[in-house]
Design a protein around this ligand. Structure first.
Ligand code: NAD
Length: 390
């Protein structure tokens, strides 16, 4: 357990230098490390050149800290990287209300990612499905042999599933526990190693071998429960409006898309700060939102029967890592993880999801009361001019 507090009154009124000093004091991180890691956006051109092809430099984005976030009785200073004004303020503000009501509760699935192995020109699909299923033990052992480092850390291949896609197409999934890694490279290694044997078993030709970003078995769930009075003097009116906005999103995919964008404001900013693959997170989140065949909100809000509490719940697949990927090289992302103090990928997922539920709550509250433009545009104006609109 850490003894950090996520409450730092007056943080927003400090200069950047003062905030960095304050952050060092609160996190116990060495001031020089923070300053060095943030230089040049946390990434120098030479490292960028090692990371991607044809690099010509780096492109910086604002790096801020959301305050007041409390998840499962622990406080977190949440690093957020985002170009849009008002998101960090919104996350901090909503998290403060939730914190005063006891904080967020969160749960996370085992970090399972699926290696997909496609086989085509399968003559007898039923026989092929049975043969691949029957070879489960052999396939799991073969998979574990190519990721020994992951197995040493308690991860590895867990399950084999096969689906007949019709017209001679078949796909095998090998579910892999990726522990603290996002896992795409690990899973791709397994997919390629197992491909020829799966095609042989299925009696067809080997097709694609790649991770699936629809990681619906790797979900994070987060809940918030606020007394309606915490939403102000007209709290019940506001809570009813938020619940109605949630129902609107359930009924209309045009609204659900914007509702989910408000959630991804919080999640993506944490994903980006911690050097994770936000395209993977986005692809997985929206596929999950569509899993019933109709695009739906990822978070829902409702009033308790006695009208005393507003309850929100977000469920989203999150494939995040605290090791590997860009984290190997990106000093700024490593700093973000150190500020957050997450000791595992599971913890990172829960905090990122809490940030998403917080930005969702803030957006719904603003929309249900004065409208989004007043607060949002005031901060936009500040971004352009340095002045607050009265
Ligand atoms: P990786 O290749 O760096 O593998 C993780 C490494 O960390 C492994 O060698 C593992 O043994 C080691 N490790 C150390 N401590 C660990 C721990 N506690 N738990 C688990 N592993 C531990 O990275 P990855 O996570 O396999 O792949 C992520 C990268 O793959 C990202 O950069 C992503 O952008 C990229 N990628 C994504 C896709 C996709 O999403 N479709 C496809 C290809 C590549």
């Amino acid at each position: 357990m850490t003894s950090r507090t996520s409450r730092i009154p007056g943080f927003r009124r400090l200069s950047i230098e003062e905030r960095i000093r304050c952050l060092a004091e609160h996190t116990g991180l060495e001031l020089g490390r923070i300053v060095r890691a943030l230089e040049g956006g946390g990434l120098d051109a030479a490292t960028a050149d090692d990371m991607v092809e044809n690099a010509i430099g780096t492109l910086a984005l604002p790096f801020g800290i959301a305050l007041n976030v409390r998840v499962n009785d622990e406080d977190y200073l949440v690093p957020m990287v985002i170009e849009e004004p008002s998101v960090i303020a919104a996350a901090s503000h909503a998290a403060k209300r939730v914190r005063e009501a006891g904080g967020f509760r969160a749960w996370v699935d085992a970090p399972l990612m699926a290696a997909q192995i496609e086989v085509y020109d399968v003559r007898d699909a039923a026989l092929a499905v049975n043969r691949v299923r029957d070879a489960k033990g052999e396939l799991l052992a073969l998979a574990d042999r190519v990721v020994p480092g992951l197995c040493e850390r308690g991860g590895g291949a867990r399950e084999v599933a096969v689906r007949d896609l019709g017209e001679g197409f078949l796909v095998a999934h090998v579910e892999v526990d990726c522990r603290d890694a996002m896992g795409a490279n690990l899973v791709n290694t397994i997919a390629e190693a197992l491909g020829p044997r799966v095609a042989e078993l299925a009696g067809g030709s080997l097709g694609l071998r790649i991770v699936s970003n629809f990681c619906d078995r790797r979900c994070t769930r987060v809940e918030a429960r606020l007394p309606v009075l915490a939403l102000g003097d007209d709290g019940l009116v506001v809570a009813r409006a938020i619940a109605r906005a949630s129902t609107f999103a359930e009924r209309d995919p045009y609204r659900a898309t914007t509702h989910n964008k408000g959630i991804m404001n919080g999640i993506d900013a944490v994903v980006l700060a911690t050097g994770n693959d936000w395209r993977a997170v986005e692809a997985g989140a929206h596929a999950f939102a569509s899993r019933s065949g109709r695009y739906a909100p990822l978070a829902r809000w409702k009033l308790t029967e006695d009208d005393a509490f507003l309850e929100g719940r977000l469920e989203v697949p999150l494939a995040l890592g605290t090791v590997g990927g860009a984290l190997r090289a990106h000093e700024g992302a490593r700093l973000a993880l150190a500020i957050l103090g997450a000791r595992s990928a599971a913890e990172l997922c829960m905090v990122a999801a809490a940030a998403g539920l917080a930005t969702n709550l803030a957006a719904l509250r603003a929309l249900s009361t004065e409208g989004i433009q007043r607060g949002h545009m005031a901060l936009h104006h500040r971004a352009r001019t340095g002045k607050i609109v009265p």
